[in-house]
Design a protein around this ligand. Structure first.
Ligand SMILES: [Zn+2]
Length: 560
């Protein structure tokens, strides 16, 4: 059902319009050199088409949102464009397709703390938030990590009190296993020195014997007091957060954990948005099969901006904890090998059930044992109930499984979307829990590609900017500069293809986007530097200068 190709009215309109234009001009001029009217010509660039042979041209012609032609500068003379853009010799390529990400609308009270580098900065963000929402209101936030704070320690109750004594505050640490709250929040939750320690959690005390504001694992005793957010504030924030992807050059996403209710919010947003937005596909978890089945009746109905994506299944956990399910025990953790997210039998049944219902699946599998189990199950399932072009894929594939497993994947066309940026950002966790060969081969790219497996690159928002993944894919470097398994590196051309066309392929959209070829959406980005010739150490400095979606300029850097 998911393989049904959508009819694209814009494409049909283009074909008709083009024929008409050519006809009328041929009739009137009667010369071999016809000039066709189009919306947009971009010329004098280094245009990476990402076609089969990775052709590089210097001109792109766009009409009615679609690429009409690419070629050398002589091509420009064949068209009369409403607008001509001189690319100044810079690199133009297809927009990034982040095939595994998470974009949420957040309440007004929320502060994003991922990437914050000091407690002083957290205090500044809190003060700004009080300005915005006023005293007395709850303030929430997520994503701080003491590893990234200049002060080298966790933010504590006194730090939050100093910034906003009159607003209850709860800020959750990255990973979600603890939070820091301020005095007013403790007071509202009736948490005092006399409060007994909660089951499975800790209300911490500092060296002075007082509550220091940190609550581990049971932060719900305070968090449950935070009022629900409103639909309006969430959808407004979702619009801003999706729009913000355009400045990173991301023109298409697959959001990896959404519900059918979220889909309705996205539909409303896309129907009414004031800001330009990237194209989205949403993955649904199988918690509510009836709602998903109801949506499935609409698969193929989605439009060029929003469509249902594959079904999401969680096989195991990740490297927080750690909880990924591994073949060999973790380093220094006794016999501990992580665990499956559900019983093995239940997982096997679930994968069979979803496949039999006709869905495509994108399955979260991080540990090598989880990867082996999922691949073996899918291989059996596909032999029992073959389906042409199913395009099932594994999300993450963070540990390299045995070669036999990769051979099975290749034989059964089981694909991957993987995050090489994890090699960079999660370096500390990998080296804490893995060693030797399996540490070196974290987030493998070369080996699955050499096995003939189709591999896309995506971010999983760690961080969200594509340049980190590109950098790590070609250098195999972690944050400290340590190189892990250089034999898993891929070329820049491969990385660009994996972050554009392959992502489109995983959503059955490769005929419509992902490369700059005639008939495809003109989703393009102009970069500050040439990724093909740049010193790899400078890749993360590369900026997106312009972004077009369907031929419309939707982002332009203020720096140019
Ligand atoms: Zn994810």
């Amino acid at each position: 059902m998911l393989t049904t190709k959508r009819v694209r009215p814009a494409a049909l309109a283009f074909v008709a319009g083009c024929l008409l234009a050519a006809c009328s001009q041929d009739n009137s001029s009667n010369t071999p050199t016809t000039v066709t009217e189009v919306d947009l010509v971009l010329t004098n660039g280094k245009v990476l088409t990402v076609d089969d042979s990775f052709s590089i041209h210097d001109t792109v012609v766009v009409d009615d949102g679609l690429i009409v032609a690419t070629g050398d500068s002589a091509l420009a003379a064949q068209y009369r464009a409403d607008e001509t853009v001189d690319l100044g010799g810079k690199l133009l390529m297809p927009g990034f397709n982040d095939s595994h990400t998470h974009i949420r609308g957040r309440p007004l009270r929320y502060i994003e703390l991922g990437g914050v580098s000091s407690i002083a900065e957290i205090q500044e963000l809190i003060r700004d938030k009080v300005e915005l929402i006023g005293e007395g209101e709850w303030i929430t936030g997520y994503g701080w990590s003491e590893d990234e704070l200049d002060e080298g320690r966790r933010p504590l109750r006194a730090d939050l009190d100093a910034a906003a004594p009159n607003n209850p505050i709860i800020l959750t640490r990255a990973g979600g296993h603890s939070a820091v709250v301020n005095s007013l929040a403790l007071q509202l939750a009736d948490v005092t020195l006399d409060t007994p320690q909660p089951d499975g959690g800790v209300i911490e005390r500092g060296d002075d014997g007082e509550l220091n504001g940190i609550i581990r694992e049971r932060q719900g005793i305070v968090g449950s007091l935070v009022p629900d957010s409103t639909y309006d504030e969430i959808i407004a924030s979702l619009e801003i957060n999706l729009n913000a992807l355009l400045e990173l050059g991301i023109t298409s996403i697959t959001d990896a954990s959404k519900t059918p209710a979220d889909y309705e919010m996205f539909e409303e947003l896309y129907a009414n948005a004031d800001l330009p937005l990237p194209r989205s596909a949403l993955q649904f978890q199988w918690h509510d099969p009836e709602a998903i089945l109801a949506l499935n009746q609409r698969v193929g109905e989605g439009n060029e901006f929003l469509k249902p994506g594959p079904i999401k299944v969680f096989a195991d956990g990740g490297f927080t904890g750690p909880a990924a399910f591994t073949l060999v025990p973790y380093l220094g953790q006794g016999e501990y090998r992580g665990y499956l997210n559900m019983g093995e039998g239940e997982l096997v049944t679930l994968l069979n059930e979803i496949h039999d219902a006709g869905f495509q699946m994108g399955i979260h599998a991080i540990g090598d044992a989880a990867i082996v189990l999922v691949v073996n199950t899918l291989a059996d399932t596909l032999e029992r109930n073959p389906r042409e072009d199913h395009r099932h894929y594994l999300n993450h594939f963070s540990m390299r499984p045995p070669d036999l497993t990769m051979e099975l994947m290749s034989d059964h066309e089981i694909h991957i979307t993987q995050q090489p940026n994890f090699t960079y950002t999660l370096e500390g966790r990998y080296s804490a829990y893995l060693d030797g060969w399996r540490l070196q081969h974290n987030n493998p790219l070369r080996s699955p590609m050499d096995h003939g497996i189709t591999v896309a690159i995506s971010s999983d928002i760690l961080p969200i900017g594509p340049m980190v993944g590109i950098y790590a894919a070609v250098t195999r470097k972690g944050m400290t500069g340590t190189v892990y398994g250089p034999d898993e590196a891929i070329t820049m051309e491969e990385a660009i293809r994996a972050y554009t066309l392959t992502g489109a392929y995983l959503n059955f959209d490769e005929e419509e986007k992902g490369s700059l070829e005639p008939g495809k959406f003109a989703d393009m980005i102009l970069l500050s530097d040439d990724l093909l010739t740049i010193d790899p150490e400078r890749i993360m400095d590369v900026q997106v200068e312009k972004t077009w979606i369907g031929g419309e300029l939707v982002y332009e850097s203020s720096a140019i």
